[in-house]
Design a protein around this ligand. Structure first.
Ligand SMILES: NC(=O)c1ccc[n+]([C@@H]2O[C@H](COP(=O)([O-])OP(=O)(O)OC[C@H]3O[C@@H](n4cnc5c(N)ncnc54)[C@H](O)[C@@H]3O)[C@@H](O)[C@H]2O)c1
Ligand SMILES: [Zn+2]
Ligand SMILES: [Zn+2]
Length: 371
C-alpha cells in the first residue's frame, strides 16, 4: 500500500510538549473518506484540555480539530467532493443514517459518538502511523498535521475565494459560538444576553448575539484585554469578574431582573453556576464551555421549577455543518461576521507549544497554524 508523509504535532501524553514527527497516511482514501491537504488550523482550548490531561486522551495522537484545506484525493464512493475543493473540517462526522443525523441533529451522531469522539474512524481504526504504531487523530480530524484523512461527511465544501486561515476557525470556535445563540438557544431580537469568557468561542457568542439582534450584550472575563475585544465584537457592557461579583453586576446592569440568556464559554463549574444565577425567571443558561473530566456543578432544583429557569447544553453550536459552514463563510465574505480580527497570531506548526502557552496566559484570540 502506498503512503504519503505527514508532518504533524503529536501528543505523547498529558503535560508533555507536542512533538513534531514525520508520520504516514495511506495515499488512497477509503471508499467514504477524503485526503485533505491542510492550509490552516486554529488552536482551540479543547486541544488544551487534552494536552493538560483534563480529558482522558490516548497517545500517540495528532491534536487539532479546527482546520481547513484543499481536497487532495477522494474515495471511490465519494460523489459530492472533488480534488481541489476547498473544505472546512468538521470534528463531528455524520453517519447520515442514525436517528440523530436523520432528524437533523448531526452533532449528536450516534456513530460519531462511538468512534470519532474516541479519535478513530467509523470502522474503529486510526489512519495515521509512525512506522511502528498506529497514531490516532483527535476527533477523527487531527488538524495539527499538514495532511489529514477524514470521513467524507467531515469535509464541508466552501467557496474558493474565502481565505483558509479565517475559514479554519469556522471549523470550531465560530460555528460553536454563533450556533449556540442562533441554533441552540434561538435568541430573539431585543433580548438581553450575558457571555462569560471572551476567548475564541465566547467572542463568537457575542458576534452571534449581535447578529440575532440582542439589545444588551454583557461580557465577563478576568482579562481587561479580552473585555475590550468583547466590545469590538459587539458587547454593550463589560464586567471584570476578577474585580466585582459577576451575578451582582449583571443584576445591576439589568435593573435587578437578570438576563434572558447567559452563555458560559470557559468550562468552569462556578462560572456555569453564576450563569444560572444571572438569568431572569424563565431565562435560559447555556453551557458551551467544557469542563475537565469528572467536574460537577451545583444548582438549586427548587429555583429551577419555581422560576422555570432553564439550563441547556450546546455541542458544536447545534450546527448542521453542511448548511451552516458555507453560510457563515458567506456572512464573513459579506462583512457581517468578523473573522479577520479573530486571527491574532499566524504561526508555524513548530510553534504550536508556544500557542498553548499563550492560551494559558489568556492573551490573543486565536493562533492559526499555516501550512
Ligand atoms: N460546546 C462545544 O461544542 C465547544 C466547542 C469548542 C470549545 N468548547 C469549549 O469552550 C471553552 C472555551 O474555549 P476557547 O477556545 O474560547 O478558550 P479560550 O482559552 O480562548 O478562552 C477562555 C476565556 O475565558 C477567560 N477566563 C478564564 N478563566 C476565567 C474566569 N474564572 N472568569 C472569567 N473568565 C475567565 C479567559 O481569559 C479567556 O478569555 C473551552 O472549555 C472549550 O473546550 C466547547
Ligand atoms: Zn474547538
Ligand atoms: Zn449519525
Amino acid at each position: 500500500m502506498s503512503t504519503i508523509d505527514v508532518q504533524a504535532a503529536v501528543f505523547t501524553g498529558p503535560n508533555q510538549p507536542l512533538e513534531i514527527q514525520q508520520l504516514t497516511l495511506p495515499a488512497e482514501p477509503g471508499p467514504n473518506e477524503v485526503l485533505v491537504r491542510l492550509a490552516a488550523s486554529g488552536v482551540c482550548h479543547s486541544d488544551l484540555h487534552a494536552l493538560d490531561g483534563e480529558w482522558e486522551t490516548p497517545a500517540p495522537l495528532v491534536l487539532g480539530h479546527e482546520g481547513a484545506g484543499v481536497v487532495a484525493a477522494v474515495g471511490s464512493e465519494v460523489s459530492d467532493l472533488e480534488v481541489g475543493d476547498h473544505v472546512i473540517l468538521s470534528w463531528t462526522p455524520s453517519c447520515q443514517k442514525c436517528e440523530f443525523c436523520v432528524s437533523g441533529n448531526p452533532v449528536l451522531c450516534q456513530l460519531a459518538n462511538e468512534t470519532a469522539y474516541r479519535h478513530v474512524f467509523f470502522d474503529g481504526k486510526p489512519r495515521l502511523s509512525d512506522g511502528e504504531r498506529d497514531v490516532k487523530s483527535f476527533l477523527a480530524v487531527g488538524s495539527f498535521g499538514d495532511h489529514a484523512m477524514v470521513p467524507a461527511s467531515a469535509a464541508i465544501r466552501i467557496r474558493k475565494d474565502a481565505p483558509l486561515a479565517q475559514a479554519a476557525l469556522v471549523g470550531c470556535a465560530v460555528t460553536t459560538g454563533i450556533g449556540a445563540v442562533v441554533n441552540t438557544a434561538k435568541v430573539e431580537p431585543g433580548s438581553t444576553v450575558l457571555v462569560v469568557g471572551c476567548g475564541g468561542v465566547g467572542l463568537n457568542v457575542v458576534q452571534g448575539a449581535r447578529l440575532a439582534g440582542a439589545k444588551q450584550i454583557i461580557v465577563a472575563d478576568v482579562s481587561a484585554e479580552k473585555l475590550e475585544l468583547g466590545r469590538t465584537f459587539g458587547a454593550t457592557h463589560t464586567v471584570n469578574s476578577r474585580e466585582v461579583d459577576l451575578v451582582e453586576a449583571v443584576r445591576e446592569l439589568t435593573g435587578g431582573r437578570g438576563v434572558d440568556y447567559a452563555f458560559e464559554a470557559i468550562g468552569l463549574p462556578f462560572t456555569i453556576e453564576a450563569c444560572y444565577e444571572a438569568i431572569r425567571r424563565g431565562g435560559t443558561a447555556v453551557v458551551v464551555g467544557q469542563v475537565a473530566d469528572g467536574v460537577k456543578i451545583s444548582i438549586d432544583p427548587f429555583v429551577m421549577s419555581d422560576q422555570e429557569k432553564k439550563l441547556i447544553g450546546c455541542n458544536y453550536g447545534s450546527t448542521r455543518m453542511s448548511i451552516d459552514f458555507p453560510k457563515i463563510v458567506d456572512l464573513y465574505m459579506e462583512g457581517k461576521v468578523d473573522l479577520d480580527s479573530m486571527v491574532t497570531d499566524r504561526i508555524r506548526l513548530e510553534d504550536v507549544n508556544e500557542a498553548f502557552a499563550q492560551m494559558r496566559r489568556g492573551t490573543g484570540i486565536r493562533s492559526v497554524i499555516e501550512y
